[in-house]
Design a protein around this ligand. Structure first.
Ligand code: G3H
Ligand code: 13P
Ligand code: ZN
Length: 326
């Protein structure tokens, strides 16, 4: 069942965060749905709801262009049918104004992100407001961004600018956006921190106090870049030195301070890379795409299940279903 992010955030606020996972292809999609339904190889009991979670499926502009945006849409609609118990939002990740309108008009997305965070404050407000008006007319909700993360965001190379709490309150008031991505020390990609930097919980706390009560905040660049996966990649011929990410133990404390959505893309790529490198290293005669594809779907489902436990969303699917159905 496709719902808006707002419906999910209402249940999660202050208790846990919803995982927002980027997908590009069929194998990621299958692993994602299986993992969120708790249907992994290690956890097959059909009556066990203790691991199933609501989630957000994120589609970037890069993903829309990788194969074809209509193919992606068709695949997710079919997954909704095949995995009928799933409850999720379909979200455009880092949209421009033009791409937001395309997604709003498609009738498929339940949520879009307008990312005008690289613009001046006033331009960001004006652009976001236009998108909010078009989206709300069709019952679609909008995530906006204020402040700048480090790292590479699609084609924009960013320099860090933490979100100003007072500006956040003004921005929400003037734009009417439904959730706000804030810069509190994370960055996109696999090389987030040098040394011991971490999340700025002090800034997050000030933002939570400044914005309207229970207003959902979003954390981008939140992959944890697990050492285990980086090591597997390096051992299988890869070259990823000094990769580091957000400590997964910081997800729940962030959720308690109003972060309802935590974006994870890089970690999924690491799982993909490790599994495929190992598969071809271990079976050099193989040229069939399905054995590594099958292993990846299993590993990714397992990875999602574990991630949802860190986010605190695992085990909340049935409660969300009840709340949504009334
Ligand atoms: O924040 C960006 C996401 O990780 C999407 O990455 O544009 O390469 O699909 P992508
Ligand atoms: P990561 O690169 O940390 O996975 O962040 C993904 C993201 O923020 C997508 O919008
Ligand atoms: Zn992002």
């Amino acid at each position: 069942m496709i719902v808006t992010t707002t419906e999910l955030f209402k249940q999660a606020y202050g208790k846990y965060a919803i995982g927002a996972y980027n997908i590009n292809n069929l194998e990621q999609t299958v692993g994602l749905f299986r993992g969120n339904l708790g249907k992994t190889k290690k956890n097959e009991d059909p009556n066990d709801n203790s691991k199933s979670a609501p989630f957000i499926i994120q589609i970037s502009r890069g993903a829309r262009g990788y194969t074809d945006k209509k193919l992606l849409e068709g695949m997710i609609r079919s997954a909704d049918d095949v995995f009928g118990d799933a409850i999720f939002a379909v979200h455009l990740d880092h949209g421009t104004e033009e791409v937001c309108y395309d997604c709003i008009d498609s009738g498929f997305y339940s949520s879009v992100m307008i990312d005008a965070s690289h613009e001046d404050f006033e331009v960001n407000i004006a652009t976001t407001k236009r998108v909010v008006e078009r989206a709300h007319d069709k019952g679609i909700v909008v995530e906006a961004e204020l402040g700048q993360l480090g790292g590479v965001e699609e084609d924009v190379v960013g320099s860090v600018k933490l979100t100003d709490p007072a500006q956040a309150a003004e921005f929400i008031d003037k734009t009417g956006c439904d959730s706000l991505a804030v810069a509190i020390g994370t960055s996109h990609g696999a090389f987030k921190f040098s040394g011991k930097q971490g999340l700025h919980f002090d800034v997050l706390e000030q933002i939570q106090k400044a914005v309207p009560k229970n207003f959902p905040l979003v954390m981008h660049g939140s992959s944890s870049v697990p050492h285990e996966w980086v090591e597997r990649i390096n051992k299988a011929g890869g070259s990823m030195k000094d990769a580091s990410g957000v400590d997964g133990k910081q997800y729940l404390p962030a959720a308690k301070l109003g972060v309802c959505k935590i974006n994870i893309d890089t970690d999924g790529r690491l799982v993909w890379c490790a599994i495929h490198r190992e598969a071809f290293r271990d079976d050099p005669a193989n040229f069939d795409l399905r054995p590594p594809g099958k292993k990846f779907m299993e590993a990714y489902a397992e990875f999602i299940l574990e991630k949802n436990q860190l986010l605190g969303s695992a085990g909340h699917l049935e409660e969300v279903r009840k709340a949504i159905k009334g």
